[in-house]
Ligand binder design. Sequence first.
Ligand code: PLP
Length: 405
Amino acid sequence: MLDVQLIRKNFPVLGQMVYKKPLVYFDNGATTQKPKQVIETLTNLYAEQNSSVHRAVHYLSSQITERYEAARMVVKDFIHAEKMQEVIFTAGTTASINLLAFSFGEAFINPDDEILISEMEHHSNIVPWQLLAKRKGAKLKVIPINEMGELRMDKLEKLLNGKTKLLALTHVSNAIGTINPVKEIIQKAHAKNIPVLLDGAQAIQHGNVDVHDLDCDFYAFSGHKVYGPNGIGVLYGKEKWLEKMPPYQGGGDMISSVSFENTTFADLPLKFEAGTANYPAAIALAEGLNYVSSIGRSDIAVYEKKLLTYATEKFERIDGLKIYGNSPDKISTISFLLEGIHPQDIGLVLDKLGIAVRSGNHCAQPLMKSFGIEGTVRASLCFYNTEEEIDLLCEGLEKIKQMFA
Ligand code: PLP
């Protein structure tokens, strides 16, 4: 079992008071708080080791280069990639997906091709594909969901066809928490030679991610959603695809030689890392991932499942509360509405009680539309949250009901 009180001491932000109330942070789907290890790594790095990565022969630069490449190995092991060449540092999930949409799109998408996404995607896994489809005269196809907030597997079968060039799917829904049966889906797509990108922005903080076992072709995630710093993310790609894809951005670090007539490119992964890398964030991300591993990802998943069950049972006892997303396979994220009360009002009153939740469409407008609503309130819980905090949230919701009655 996790020692949650000890864990909480490691997250300085969590100890503070908000409007004279102890902060309850339930917005982990948007961004997670940072453990001391990550904060101290950043501070110490700037204080003692800062220097440009991959560039100079001097002491500081070679130390930073070593640490940057060691961070890549930590990521590789964390997601069970086979080779460090398959781990590209980006600015985050959005940057990873845009890289892929441009580069994969240049190499493999032609007029009338189809790119398949789902109804539960974050805007980051819709808009880059829409832009690509417009550029190339291709089509965007969408797997619908059922009323539980699960993918319609019967529709998926038909949508995967000879024209489909890529399936870009969220591993876990940020808005309603559904965990998609991605391994089974990847097998179905591969049976038709269709590569698969998983948007892992929400999956990465909630359990074991094994790209080798999943056999996905690409996997994208953000550092700030897995207890790491902002401004860093990862695009994992199988080497066989990355080798065939052209660079996304041109500049320093991604070249082998440059003349005015021609440029040859660096080997993987640097081919896709133009410009001075965000090495402090990459190094601090590795610290964040090591910290998560030290707690134990299976233990985290078990504890968060317990929190989810506790919260769901308590929510179900609140009259007029409706949960959106009822798949039995869910991360510890609960999206809900209170009858007759605008989600924004719920968020604002909860804030005054010291409770941070997200209200709105969660960058998933098409998903909200499919439920016939504009938005929800989302409580996204993680391993530093407690049952006592869930009790505070439920008391807050009862108060709000009385206020608006
Ligand atoms: N995809 C999903 C499922 C997300 O939840 C998010 C962020 O909320 C993103 C993509 C975009 O992540 P970022 O803003 O870190 O690039």
